[in-house]
Design a protein around this ligand. Structure first.
Ligand code: MD3
Ligand code: FE
Length: 206
């Protein structure tokens, strides 16, 4: 049951549930190849979530700013390849939301422990804002905040739970968004964590 959460933003509750165990198993294998790190923002603060990436491009943040790079600065190695299952699922969810030809060349893996959140921000380091971003949540639920085009616009909330998918495109693509600090809990598969996979077209054009 697809729900339009905001113009261009399609919420597919539990759409990835059937694949969640396999996604988590693969994610653990990938995390061993490309460990997460706490990036520093342009303003000099460490991000509360730890992140890494897979695919051709990974999102990198340091004193020079935000950008996509072909190598993980932490390991000096190319980001691990995106598993076919990840690509196919992301493409399928994008299509279900009405976005055809979604060909992600990057997947950012955000790892949250209890207390970690992400402040309101925009995702605008990608080449083509016509392409949506597909997000898959695994593990503990978190309170997602969806603002407007301006930082000061009052955010709406959406609880993102294990297996939930949201496709962010069209009118919603450049809206401010973030997540509140992760609350204590225990998830049978992931334990005390939350993982978010965001599939992006970093340099490809839709
Ligand atoms: C709305 N991640 O990685 S996922 C991010 O839960 C990020 O880890 C959050 O924001 C997380 O940049 C939120 C949902 C999401 C992702 C990208 C968006 C919502 C978005 C891009 C534009 C608008
Ligand atoms: Fe974001």
């Amino acid at each position: 049951l697809a729900q339009v959460f905001a113009p261009g933003a399609i919420y597919l509750p539990r759409a990835a549930l059937a694949n969640a165990a396999e996604l988590w198993q693969e994610t653990q294998r990938l995390l061993a190849l490309t460990p997460t790190r706490h990036s520093m923002t342009k303003r000099g603060f460490y991000m509360a979530s730890a992140l890494t990436a897979i695919g051709s491009w990974g999102w990198v943040s340091d004193h020079k700013g935000y950008r996509y790079e072909a190598f993980n600065p932490e390991t000096g190695l190319p980001w691990p390849a995106m598993p076919e299952l990840f690509f196919q699922l992301a493409q399928r969810f994008a299509a279900e939301a009405g976005y055809s030809n979604f060909q992600p060349d990057s997947c950012v893996i955000n790892d949250y422990v209890v207390g970690a959140g992400m402040g309101l921000h925009q995702d605008r380091d990608e080449a083509d804002f016509q392409a949506p971003i597909v997000s898959i949540s695994l593990g503990l639920p978190i309170s997602f905040q969806f603002g407007g085009k301006a930082r000061q616009d009052t955010p709406h909330r959406l609880l993102l739970s294990h297996g939930d998918v949201v496709v962010w495109g069209g009118e919603s693509r450049l809206n401010f968004h973030g997540v509140l600090p992760l609350k204590t809990g225990y998830h049978p598969l992931l334990g005390t964590r939350r993982i978010n996979l965001t599939f992006r077209m970093a340099y490809a054009h839709i």
